[in-house]
Ligand binder design. Sequence first.
Ligand SMILES: [Zn+2]
Ligand SMILES: [Zn+2]
Length: 368
Amino acid sequence: MKAFPYRGWSVDTCFGHIGKYNHVRYGDELVSLVRRGAEQGLNLSFVSQSDRGGVHDRSGTRMEEATLRLGMRLHVGGHFGGHAGNFLSHDLIETQSELFRMDESGKRRTDGNFCPSNIVALGRVSAEVAKLALRHPGASLLHVWADDAIEGSWCNCPQCKGLSASEQHGRFVLAAAGAADATVPTLAVDYLLYHDTLFMGQSEITKAFPPNVYATFAPRERCYAHAINDPNCRRNQIYWKQLKQAVKQFNGRVTVFEYYGDAILWPCCTVSIPRVIAADMEAYSSLGIPISAPLIFGQSSFWLYGLNLAVFAAVLLRQRIWIDRDRHGRHRNHKLRVYSNPLVIRVIWGVIWGHGLSGDTIQVLLNS
Ligand SMILES: [Zn+2]
Ligand SMILES: [Zn+2]
């Protein structure tokens, strides 16, 4: 297997905003995570921030600084399209409601995305992208993701009604690519293959993407019982087909955003799929995909999905890993056995959410 030139973790730093979770401690945790990753041979951090590029995210900023200090590749951005306020000031709806998206009932709304057929709206959004680019001058890729919603939260105005979610998203990406290029010429942006924008099609918009646009493949609804290219899995075949098309259309500029450590997808249940991950990595690398960085939520993902993440890193770095279980199917390794015990996982999550302790603190508690 060819190793991915760039591999690392995509860390949702917004997790640090939840409840009593402490910014300073979460920042310490993320910095140590980057350092440990670099020691193991990882060379990329994606600092995923859903507000306006992490203006208020101190833990994410510290992770960004640590990544650049260690000479690693930096990606930033995320679903900053989750609230139109990140694109357009909500006050504008009083005087320029046509900038905002129209819902199915014909009402203009400040939530979700905006109207991508409106030239002024696109101009304003491009200016926000330029500001983001300037805020992260050391980044190589700015993820310009729209609202995180299955139905897309896009526009139903008379000009947009006939446009698919992919085409509406594509208009935004095209404008963002121009803004990034004009501001920081080394910075790329991305088109997200996810939810209803997975089916990119061959529209004029997506064919017009310039070379500073990557595709980010985020197959959240795929099947994790089978490898992504398993010919016997009908569901994964749909994703595999879309991915192969994207690799062609984007001339290999594709990054894979997997969910092997996502506590939201797996509702805090421990799920270990080492064989699927190993087979996935083979499949992804067979297409020559240069970047792979699964989503994690700081150290807590290593407690819940330690085996998955260890296998991911080991496979990428071509290290051998033994998954040693006893006759009851339990891990022989004492730590893995403790970590994969559902009761322990519930307690860990209770402690994290209830008391705002960082993963490192819990590690110390459990090791004592
Ligand atoms: Zn519209
Ligand atoms: Zn399947």
